[in-house]
Ligand binder design. Structure first.
Ligand SMILES: [Zn+2]
Length: 202
């Protein structure tokens, strides 16, 4: 869905787009990473990851966590979290924190106390962004944005700003870090000789 929103007619091959003077190859991974070994190789070669999230009821959240936790922790690449909505949608699905009842909550009610229709217990309604950060332990530096399915401009803008911010990071890290050096044994840091050579420091 997201792929068809961000890829326009000028594509040469599926998932390939030109954005901000960059040629980007998008690859979509869906399903359960625990059941699909193909995930690992794809995640390993990725220069950036976009994580699409929709509902946050317990079952959806469990799957969301499984996917997020599957991202390689020793490979640091730019990450963007996108909350997907449909046109005009102003509510989302969560689970009651007491009994698990699936509940719709409206954006307008975020911050208010809500009462579960099943167990009658109440709790403070949190935004999707807050729940995602809290449940996945995502740092504040990772952006969480919203997109609307079918809104190509919004989707492309979200991707475009992500690529713009990530490109510098990817370029500078790939230029500086030699992958062969990463595999070598740990060396001791060298102290610059001039500190010892200068008589004033002795
Ligand atoms: Zn409940």
């Amino acid at each position: 869905m997201f792929l068809s929103d961000v890829c326009s007619h000028d594509i040469e091959s599926p998932g390939c787009i030109h954005l901000n003077e960059h040629r980007i190859q998008l690859e979509v991974l869906a399903g359960d990473p625990r059941l699909n070994p193909a995930w690992d190789a794809t995640l390993r070669k990725a220069d950036g990851m976009i994580f699409l999230v929709r509902f946050l009821d317990f079952i959806s959240l469990d799957k969301t966590k499984a996917i997020y936790n599957h991202f390689p922790k020793d490979k640091v690449v730019p990450l963007l979290v996108l909350i997907c909505r449909t046109e005009g949608e102003c509510e989302t699905k969560i689970s009651c924190i007491h009994c698990g009842q699936k509940l719709w909550i409206r954006d307008a009610d975020v911050g208010k106390k809500g009462k579960c229709s099943n167990c009658k217990d109440s709790f403070t309604l949190r935004s999707q962004e807050t729940i995602i950060r809290d449940q996945l332990k995502i740092s504040d530096s990772i952006p969480i944005n919203r997109i609307i399915q079918g809104n190509q401009e919004l989707c492309r803008n979200a991707l475009s700003s992500f690529i713009g911010e990530s490109a510098a990071l990817i370029k500078s890290s790939s230029e500086k870090i030699n992958p062969e050096v990463l595999k070598q044994t740990t060396a001791r840091v060298e102290i610059q000789a001039e500190d010892f050579g200068n008589p004033q420091n002795l």
